[in-house]
Design a binder for this molecule. Sequence first.
Ligand code: ACM
Length: 557
Amino acid sequence: MKTACIKLILSLFAVSCFTTLSFAMQKAPQQRVIPKPVSMEAGEGHFELNRNTKIRISASEKALTELADYLSDLIYAATWVETPVETGGFNAPDSSIHLIVDESTDFENNEAYALSVAPDGITIKAPTSTGIFYGVQTLRQLLPVEIEHSDPSLVPQDVKWTVDAVEIRDYPRFQYRGLHLDVARHFFPVEFVKKYIDLLAMHKMNRFHWHLTEDQGWRIEIKKYPKLTEVSAWRNSTLIGHYTSGEYDNIRYGGYYTQEEIREVVEYARKRHVTVVPEIEMPGHSSAVLAAYPDFGCIDGKDYKVQTTWGVFEDIFCPKEETFRFLEDVLTEVMELFPSKYIHIGGDEAPKKQWEESEQAQSVIQREDLKDEHELQSYFISRIEKFLNSHGRQIIGWDEILEGGLAPQATVMSWRGEEGGIEAAKMNHDVIMTPGGTNYFDHYQANPETEPLAIGGFTPLEDVYHYEPVPHELSGEKAKYVLGAQGNVWTEYMHTTDKVEYMAYPRAVALSEVLWTPADNKNWMEFWGRLQTHFKRLDILEVNYADHYKGHIPGQK
Ligand code: ACM
């Protein structure tokens, strides 16, 4: 009896030791950072955030002060612990967090950082403030997930604000790490756009591709052309349900961002080291513009309409001088609002029928000695490129801009598979990969029968995680033209911000690791493990992510 009792106690102790140990192994804080850092070495002991913790910065320059304030605000919002920001004072270890821009040390690239957590202090060193920002994001993920709370009274009493000692060296694999949002098929408020940017920045992504114009609505205020927001921003009805339903709601729908709001978003993104890349579609996807300004179309007297259903429409800008003047005026205001080197000019899905039937379009083909309408599109895009280049900007276009000849400096966004990207890279043009099969987050991510309506396709989380942006067709020399990749969120079937989050997350989380982490460091099962902690973080941030991979992998017990 006594022996049995001791045995029971011993076995309970063993079970409890084992659970504690495996718990510790699974939950080791450094095992939860997404995207996974390049290298991490665990140290001894831990750092504890306390009321003496200060944030010390290496210089009182604006970018670093902003970052220190950002970190201080993040900590205060969850803990009510004030961490005053001070310049210098690095000598004595005093539980402080040091943010040091250090141009003298060898870092792998401009976005790299080194993070050292020790019991007597934390140091983040980087060659630029952007590197420091990424170090701060990693530190944020090393803290208990409750750091995401914006109300300390919601944080459980037993949460300890500690970080296990660790040495991290980290840098991104790709320089272009993008997430796109279509605000034209459905319109989303500024507050949501900011949250979207916050989330992508948390995952160390650095480009927000803002798809602002479409057949179904124009979403950016342009002072010189008020009818773009009076007329083009509104449609009279919207298709209900799937593409084939034939049913409409007969409700006027629309909206747009004022220039003031756009400035606010661009500034918000800047503070999170995110560049906003605006997209102004041309020459196709232009029904909404032509509804307000029919003179820029090719068909005299046509009653153009802001479209109420989805798909590809024949409406197209006519390549006449007044159209180019209009587009240059629009792009001039766009350049004033967006400091991005890249301006996306669309170029996709532009049927040539109206050009084939237009005397004006045909006369341009003759005048410019062009072979056909594809070369006319190339002429159109090259002219716009020349205008933007003359203002120090560069164009990105969807892969259709290859047809009829690629504009000399253009970056190609490859969406109809990777072929366009491969072709462009072989011609020494920069490329951003966003192939439909893996990077379209409007596709289904689980069985369509049990999922909310989506456009089609099937792109589960695992497929996104396994995506490799550099195709094997591109040898070492040409591979460098692949600047990175992007996830696209087209919103025909996303009426609400909740649905956008459901479709984008956690797929954007998987993509962040594709874009940041060296391919050899990636491991699907291990990522899935880290994702379990990450879901708790997203819960606190009130992200309406799809939870198919929460607690188990679909199809596996
Ligand atoms: C696209 O999906 N039409 C670029």
